[in-house]
Design a protein around this ligand. Sequence first.
Ligand code: SF4
Length: 66
Amino acid sequence: MITIKADRDVCQGYGNCVLADSTLFDIDDDGLVVLSSHTVAPDGLAAAKRAAYDCPSEAITVVEND
Ligand code: SF4
């Protein structure tokens, strides 16, 4: 299973994650990241990793478990 976490305590609302995958990430009324799911389908892994890589605050963590 692939799980994903977004740390709202360090998110600064840049929105790069939404550009990487708007089906998984959104920005709420407080200007902070929200996830539509805490798991990622295998075909969404590349976009999730791109979001984590592109986040200037390093707020996104993708964990690949066996
Ligand atoms: S890219 Fe990072 S800092 Fe920007 S909204 Fe997404 S989680 Fe927050």
